[in-house]
Design a protein around this ligand. Structure first.
Ligand code: GAR
Length: 194
């Protein structure tokens, strides 16, 4: 069977991307074909280089250039893209080229606490500020509107009175690492059977 080839896009430390690459290492139907980051100091770069995965460090002009990103992915015959803490706006041409084939993870229960400027610790701060009793993660497909594509799965965790941004971040990260690779795998499997 032909393997799916995924590109991983990262702006931060890349713990989700590393977890996904580890999950799909030696997988029978999925291969990570490309790692892209707009953060030249991301510690994930060394990890991906050591895994012999093609790494591309892009600047903000390249990140906004749909054709550039399409060509980057075409060179590695990528068929799906996984955003894992990638914070640049995805150009419309790229979204069209990978229509319904771009995954994203958001560290809260969308549609709440999403939208422009809502990423990482800012999301957890807003959840705590609002006095929520639960939070969680949303895995969704990407469309032209920030955080609005079709939801694939959500997983919940409690927010306790003594939670801080850091304790909530850790609870959410555990959910992300447990579920994001599996939701990707299940979605790709479903596509194989339609
Ligand atoms: C993750 O929590 C991810 O959900 C979040 O960035 C973090 C990246 O962590 N993404 C967003 O907030 C997107 N709106 P990582 O670099 O350790 O994987």
């Amino acid at each position: 069977m032909k393997k799916h080839r995924l590109a991983l896009f990262v702006s931060g430390t890349g713990s989700n991307a590393i977890n996904i690459a580890t999950y799909f290492n030696q997988h029978n139907s999925v291969k990570i074909g490309l790692f892209v980051t707009n953060n030249a100091t991301s510690p994930a770069i060394q990890v991906f280089q050591a895994m012999d995965i093609q790494c591309e460090i892009i600047d903000n002009i390249q990140a906004a250039d749909g054709k550039f990103l399409i060509d980057l992915c075409a060179a590695q015959t990528i068929d799906h893209v996984v955003l894992a803490g990638y914070l640049r706006l995805i150009p419309a041409a790229f979204i069209h080229a990978f229509n319904n084939r771009i995954f994203n993870i958001h560290p809260a229960l969308l549609p709440n606490f999403g939208g422009k400027g809502m990423y990482g610790s800012r999301v957890h701060a807003a959840v705590l500020e609002a006095g929520e009793v639960e939070s969680g993660i949303t895995v969704h497909l990407v469309n032209e509107h920030f955080d609005e594509g079709r939801t694939l799965a959500q997983f919940h965790c409690s927010v306790d009175q003594n939670d801080t941004i850091e304790t909530l971040r850790i609870k959410v990260q555990v959910l992300e690492h447990d579920h994001y690779p599996i939701v990707i795998e299940q979605t790709l499997n479903l596509e194989n059977h339609v």
